[in-house]
Every structure is written in structure tokens, then in C-alpha cells.
Design a protein around this ligand. Structure first.
Ligand code: NAD
Ligand code: DAU
Length: 336
């Protein structure tokens, strides 16, 4: 039995990982450590909660005593660190928690993993650590690290720490850097769920700047399959980029959602740009394809429809979220 600590497993990507992997593998025991911040939601894990190979612990990755207790009690041998403050706009409104969780939290996990001699520590990172591209070129694993937002800089700091622990202590680490994910259970502060939900509620769709910024989209299950491959077969000390070669301008995504939902484009509202807004991300995934044999299984056309449909069919999931804290955030962010 592989005893794996998954942190942040009640968030978007982590919960999809747990739901997916518990169906695929019966030799994995998953301990999910999640603080249940505004972004964590146990409803995402309904299909996993009764599984005998799953255990949930509410707690903070910066809590060293708790993390030590978990490693000892569950004989943790693998770590997948999804836990993070993950939203760029929130990091612009207030950065402190980003450095606390994303940097200090990763340090606590690394120190504990070192003490308990884990077999692999997988840091879930992002293509945002590379900064922004112009019209040409792609991020490769050797592109210089040049983060632009507080969020991206906290993730870059964590990446540097993870690699330093490998260099100095020989720790068995791997890092994955993925592009923009979409799929079920994504918190509606992010572009795709926000636009779907606002459309369904006949609200304005706030597009930053000129709407021509480019993101490279990947379905969350493709990301999670890549993560698991890197966990099982990735070479120690290596970084793997993950992306599905699907660049889109934001405005085209918004129009596609409106079209699918049979809504007019009148609801599009161009709003003040995000400060320091990265223009373009595009990932070169040649390394993981050639070395580990990974490739994405979902086409964008198929998976975006599946995703929109999921939000249409699961209104009660997001209706419970877009009250309270979310409303306050929305009003501050969009200056209503
Ligand atoms: P998310 O915001 O949906 O979920 C984050 C989860 O971490 C939540 O469940 C939250 O409760 C938990 N968490 C936050 N602080 C914690 C703490 N101190 N201790 C324990 N748990 C804590 O994020 P996501 O979109 O699922 O992203 C997961 C990871 O993937 C992050 O590390 C992010 O940087 C990375 N990533 C995300 C994307 C993307 O497109 N969403 C792309 C590439 C990489
Ligand atoms: O690239 C990977 C990253 O993708 C992850 O590391 C982050 O955790 C994840 O949040 C995501 O970051 P982005 O900033 O690219 O995602 P977001 O959904 O916030 O924005 C996508 C694009 O849409 C971006 O160019 C900003 C724009 N946007 C976003 C929102 C929320 C809008 O135009 N209007 C909006 O209301």
C-alpha cells in the first residue's frame, strides 16, 4: 500500500485528483490534509469520502506539529503538495497569506518529509513561475524563472526551495509546472467558472483589459494523470512542464461560453485590467511526452462542453458558494 499525503485535496485540482486516483488504484492510501479555506470544499469529495483508502484531516500545512503527527501516524512515504493560495487577483488584494501558505507551508512539509525519509515529494507548481511570453515562443523547463504576481513569486520561491532540498540533502523531489486548468469543482473566482455562472445568472461578464491575453488550457483530468505519472516515474530532481497545447485568447473563451449557453454577447463588459497582467502563457510539454510517455486525452472542444454542462447540472454546488465571503470578494474585486 502506498501511503500518500495529499495536501489541498479539498480544492479544485486536488479533489479531482483524489476522486480520480481512488477509482484507478486500490493500492493507494490517501491522507488529505486541507485547511478548508474559502477554496476548500468537502462536497467535492462526496464520491471518495466513504472509500476505506481515504482519510481527511482538517488542518494547516504550516502547522509543523500536526504535519509531524500525520507523517508518523500514517507512515507517509509520498507527498503531493497541492495546497496553496491559488488566485492571482487575491494575491494582488493581499499577499501575506500567499507567502505564509505557499512558501512557509512548503518548507514545513519539506522539513518533515526529510525527517521521515519519504520516497518522493511532488511539488505542484505552475507555468506562472516563468513570467510572461510575447507573441512567439513557449515555456520549457529551462526558461528562466521570472514571476510577475505575488502569487507567482510565492510559487517560484517554493520551487527554488524544493530544488535546493534536493541539491543540499539529496531529497527525492519532483516538480510539475502546469498551465491553466478547467473542469468540475473549480472555484468560481477563476475565468471559466466565473463566466459560466455569471452567464447562467444573466450578470455582466467582466473581461480584463482588451481581452486578448492568452492562456493555455488543459482539462483537470489530463493534468492529474500527468501528476500521477510523475509521482510514479518522474526522475528525482527534475521539473516537468504539463500542458495540452491549447492557447486561447480570453475573449474567445468568453464568447464560446455565451454561445454554448445561447446568450448574446451584450453581457460582455470590458473592465480595468489586472495590474501586472501577464500577456501570454504557452507550455512546451515535450519533456514529459518524450521521457514519460504522457499525452493529454481530452480535446478542448469536448472537455469545455463537459465542463459547462457540469456547471449547468450542478447549480446547487455553486449556488452555495457564491454567497457570503464570495459576494464580499466579488464586490471588492469588481468594485460594485
Ligand atoms: P484551489 O484554490 O482550488 O485549492 C487550494 C486548496 O488548498 C483548498 O482546498 C484550500 O483549502 C487548501 N489550502 C489552502 N491553504 C492551505 C493551508 N495553509 N493548509 C492546508 N490546505 C490549504 O487551488 P487549485 O486550483 O486546485 O490549485 C492546486 C495547486 O495547483 C496549487 O498549488 C496551484 O498553485 C497549482 N496550479 C493550479 C493551476 C490552475 O489552473 N488552477 C494550474 C497550475 C498549477
Ligand atoms: O497558469 C496557471 C495558473 O492559472 C495557476 O497557477 C493559477 O492558480 C490559476 O488561478 C490560473 O491563473 P490565471 O491568472 O491565468 O487564471 P484566471 O482564471 O484568474 O484568469 C485567466 C485569464 O482571464 C487571465 O488572463 C485574467 C482573465 N480574467 C480573469 C478573471 C477572473 C478576466 O478577464 N476576467 C476575470 O474576471
Amino acid at each position: 500500500m502506498k501511503s500518500i499525503l495529499v495536501t489541498g485535496g479539498a480544492g479544485f485540482i486536488g479533489s479531482n485528483y483524489i476522486n480520480y486516483i481512488l477509482k484507478e488504484r486500490d493500492d493507494y492510501f490517501i491522507v488529505n490534509l486541507d485547511k478548508l479555506t474559502y477554496a476548500g470544499n468537502l462536497e467535492n469529495l462526496i464520491t471518495s469520502q466513504a472509500n476505506k483508502n481515504y482519510h481527511f484531516i482538517k488542518g494547516d500545512i504550516t502547522n509543523s506539529d500536526l504535519v509531524n503527527f500525520i507523517f508518523e501516524k500514517f507512515k507517509i512515504k509520498y507527498v503531493i503538495n497541492f495546497a496553496a493560495e491559488s488566485h492571482v487577483d487575491r494575491s494582488i488584494l493581499g499577499s501575506e497569506i500567499f507567502y505564509r501558505t505557499n512558501v512557509i507551508g512548503t518548507n514545513v512539509l519539506l522539513e518533515t518529509a526529510r525527517k521521515f525519509e519519504v520516497e518522493k515529494f511532488l511539488q505542484v507548481s505552475t507555468d506562472e513561475v516563468y513570467g510572461s511570453l510575447g507573441n512567439e515562443g513557449y515555456f520549457t523547463e529551462t526558461t528562466p524563472i521570472s514571476p510577475n504576481s505575488p502569487y507567482a513569486s510565492s510559487k517560484a520561491a517554493a520551487d527554488m526551495m524544493v530544488l535546493a532540498f534536493n541539491h543540499t540533502f539529496g531529497m527525492p523531489v519532483v516538480i510539475t509546472r502546469c498551465s491553466n486548468n478547467y473542469g468540475p469543482f473549480q472555484f468560481p473566482e477563476k475565468l471559466i467558472p466565473l463566466m459560466i455562472i455569471n452567464s447562467l445568472n444573466d450578470k455582466k461578464l467582466p473581461v480584463y483589459g482588451d481581452g486578448l491575453n492568452v492562456r493555455d488550457w488543459i482539462y483537470v483530468i489530463d493534468h492529474n494523470e500527468a501528476i500521477n505519472l510523475v509521482l510514479e516515474k518522474g526522475k528525482i530532481g527534475e521539473v516537468y512542464n504539463i500542458g495540452a497545447s491549447n492557447e486561447m485568447q480570453n475573449i474567445d473563451i468568453v464568447k464560446l461560453i455565451l454561445k454554448y449557453l445561447n446568450k448574446t454577447e451584450d453581457s460582455i463588459q470590458y473592465v480595468k485590467d489586472r495590474p501586472g497582467h501577464d500577456r501570454r502563457y504557452a507550455i512546451d510539454s515535450t519533456k514529459i511526452k518524450n521521457e514519460l510517455g504522457w499525452k493529454p486525452k481530452f480535446s478542448f472542444e469536448e472537455a469545455i462542453e463537459k465542463t459547462i454542462e457540469w456547471y449547468v447540472q450542478n447549480k446547487s454546488w455553486w449556488q452555495r458558494i457564491i454567497t457570503g465571503e464570495y459576494q464580499k470578494y466579488y464586490e471588492t474585486q469588481y468594485k460594485l
